[in-house]
Design a protein around this ligand. Structure first.
Ligand code: 1GP
Length: 247
């Protein structure tokens, strides 16, 4: 097993919940990213996810990872397509958009990416990506058959499927900038059905209260993106809240 997987597992074994900070290469400003990242690390963020759906390039991805190089926190690619693969990262979320209607987003892009990832010896974190509720740009581009926020039956079935496929992570995504995040009640029910796969939750998380609720409901990793750019102080509060939780 890879290094990043081990770091995540060790923290989870200690009863911690992890927070990942998402940087969208299309939105971040290269001049301010170092100081923002420093504050996030000091507040306890456990990982940097770098990726986005529109306006992203490998060059910008590389520049961001270079700026983040000094931080020991893992730098993980959150890819929307095959152009976002770089050997500079510590790992990549090797994702399949399980509720897509387009085979390209389920196994097509992954087929093209697989030999590249192997050649670069990039650590791969097998992830079932499931888009719920608002869905946002990722749902539109990924042709997701978006699952309604309250359809627990479907969310659970997709999550079990991901686990049965052997995926280490189930990423429940409400979409970047979603007006509402995934419901904590949905997370707690889904958690009961998963024995091995870890739950990543993201999309529309803007307060420490909701972040805490999601963590206590069973989310293993909480992702926040937009709030970092919109209200850094608030984002740091979320990170601190998550880092103090012990389950
Ligand atoms: C999006 O889950 C992430 O892919 C984070 O969403 O930008 O709304 O925090 P936000």
């Amino acid at each position: 097993r890879g290094k990043v997987r081990k770091i995540i597992q060790e923290k989870l074994n200690e009863g911690k919940v992890l927070h990942f900070s998402l940087f969208d290469p299309d939105k971040v400003n290269l001049e301010s990213i170092y100081s923002i990242a420093l504050k996030l690390v000091e507040s306890g963020t456990s990982g940097f996810l770098i990726g986005g759906t529109l306006g992203v390039s490998k060059e910008k991805l590389d520049s961001i990872i270079e700026i983040l190089e000094d931080f020991e926190v893992p730098k993980i690619i959150f890819p929307s397509n095959v152009n976002l693969i770089t050997e500079k990262a510590d790992a990549i979320l090797f994702m399949s958009l399980l509720n897509s209607d387009d085979i390209y987003y389920i196994t097509g892009a992954q087929l093209i990416a697989a030999p590249i990832i192997k050649k670069l010896k990039l650590e791969s974190l097998p992830t079932g990506y499931i888009i719920v509720g608002h869905g946002g740009t990722a749902a539109h581009v990924g042709k997701a058959r978006v699952i309604p926020y309250d359809n627990v039956e479907l969310i659970v079935a997709y999550s079990i499927m991901a686990e049965l496929f052997g995926m280490d992570f189930v990423y429940l995504e409400a979409g970047s900038g979603a007006p509402e995040p995934i419901k904590p009640s949905v997370i707690s029910i889904t958690k009961k059905y998963l024995e091995n796969s870890k739950i990543i939750v993201g999309g529309g998380i803007r307060s420490e209260e909701i972040a805490k609720e999601l963590a206590l409901a069973g989310a293993d990793i909480i992702v926040t993106g937009n709030i970092i750019e919109q209200n850094l102080e608030k984002a740091l509060k979320i990170v601190k809240e998550i880092s103090n939780i012990r389950r």
